[in-house]
Ligand binder design. Structure first.
Ligand code: SF4
Length: 387
């Protein structure tokens, strides 16, 4: 790992901003880059999207409006140190406090900064015991830090223990290894994960520059072993904040059979304000993608709300509102409305044209066969989730 000013200046022409960033990060935020990921940096251009993700700049040490040490309000939802439990049926399992690279936009940098001390075997055992004693948890996301910064033995033990819990239906592993250290995805690791199906790898590509032959091989190795791979991109100002970049990235990932899953609005993590985009930028990107590319290439735009309130997704304003087909919205031209319908909504097509969508006459949407099909399980769900 390249960690120091001397390490970095051996491979890139550091700007005064980056030198100040390195000085400001010292003792506050970890800095580190794998030799592989460093080899993707443009040594001369400070706006290289790879370089901007791993080399701190002076702005990182300043305070931005709304910055929070715990941006997702996780600490109030940690029944034990290695578990974050914010949603009824899911839990986040913190398996490690370290990573192969330290991203400048990291949302959990209070943990990857090492402030809490190591996440060791004892804290993992405590988390496994907590999952075992919570039958409502059916989906566990193993994260950190980067869980694939652990050895195969250590991560294999954690995942096998979780897989052995009867009520855990799905496992997910959140890792940047395919992006920043693709050689970590060995055949042995892929085979280990395959044995634990259903298990998903959720990775984190942010820019097409990261889509190398090595990264492709890592993703395809997982998929070929039967391990689905999903991608979460973080929207970063001047790194990937354009529709062209996101479309290009998602097209490349899809060709590797990696599904673009989330486009994340930047969280309010301290020292990341200079990388955050206005909400309108994410919405504009989604609007530019819809209709112009396949739906598979259009991710969910997610905002993880502060204070532990959880994630919500945003959509451009396709729904104009309820209306009458005979009374098109103001400014509408070339509208489409079927004759003789009084109830319905006006929607905006991806080309910007108002279109009337009639409501069905029957509105009772209860499913009478549910009670037969689900039986006691329906009662359980109603009790737990209000479904
Ligand atoms: S790999 Fe993930 S956890 Fe680690 S620094 Fe990057 S964003 Fe944070």
């Amino acid at each position: 790992m390249l960690r120091t000013l001397a390490d970095l200046e051996a491979v890139v022409d550091l700007t005064p901003e980056e030198r100040r960033g390195m000085a400001g990060a010292a003792g506050r935020f970890r800095v580190g880059v794998t030799p592989y990921y460093a080899s993707l940096m443009d040594p001369r251009h400070p706006h290289c999207p790879v370089r901007m993700q791993v080399v701190p700049v002076a702005a990182e040490t300043g305070e931005a409006e709304g910055d929070l040490r715990d941006p997702l309000g996780e600490d109030g939802h940690r029944p034990v140190r290695s578990i974050v439990h914010k949603y009824p049926d899911r839990a986040l399992f913190l398996a490690a406090d370290h990573c192969a690279v330290y991203c400048r936009h990291c949302t959990r940098r209070r943990i990857t900064g090492g402030e809490e001390g190591a996440f060791d075997r004892d804290s993992a055992a405590e988390g496994i015991a907590w999952v075992r004693s919570h039958p409502e948890v059916r989906d566990v996301i193993v994260s950190g830090g980067d869980p694939l910064a652990l050895s195969d033995d250590r991560i294999g033990w954690i995942l096998e223990e979780l897989r052995a819990v009867p009520h855990v239906e799905i496992l997910r592993v959140a890792t940047r290894a395919p992006v920043v250290n693709p050689m970590r995805i060995t055949g042995a690791l892929a085979a280990l994960l395959r044995k634990l199906a259903p298990i998903f790898v959720v990775t984190h590509f942010n820019h097409p520059k990261e889509c190398t032959a090595e990264a492709r091989e890592a993703c395809e190795r997982l998929v070929d072993h039967g391990v689905p791979v999903e991608n979460q991109t973080v929207l970063l100002r001047r790194v990937n904040s354009s529709a062209r970049t996101i479309a290009d990235l998602n097209h490349r990932l899809l060709s590797w059979r990696v599904r673009p899953y989330y486009l994340h609005q930047g969280d309010l993590a301290e020292g990341t304000g200079h990388l955050r985009t206005p909400l309108a930028v994410g919405l504009g990107i989604l609007e530019a993608l819809r209709g112009h590319t396949s739906g598979l290439a259009v991710p969910h735009l997610a905002v993880d709300l502060p204070g532990g309130a959880g994630k919500v997704t945003l959509q451009p304003g396709w729904l104009l509102g309820p209306g009458d087909p005979a009374v098109p919205p103001a400014g509408a031209s070339g509208t489409v409305a079927p004759p003789g319908r009084a109830r319905g909504h006006w929607l905006r097509s991806w080309r910007g044209r108002p279109v009337f969508y009639p409501e069905p006459l029957e509105t009772d949407c209860t499913c009478p066969y549910d009670e037969v099909f689900y039986g006691d399980r329906a009662a359980l769900r109603r009790g737990g989730n209000g479904w």
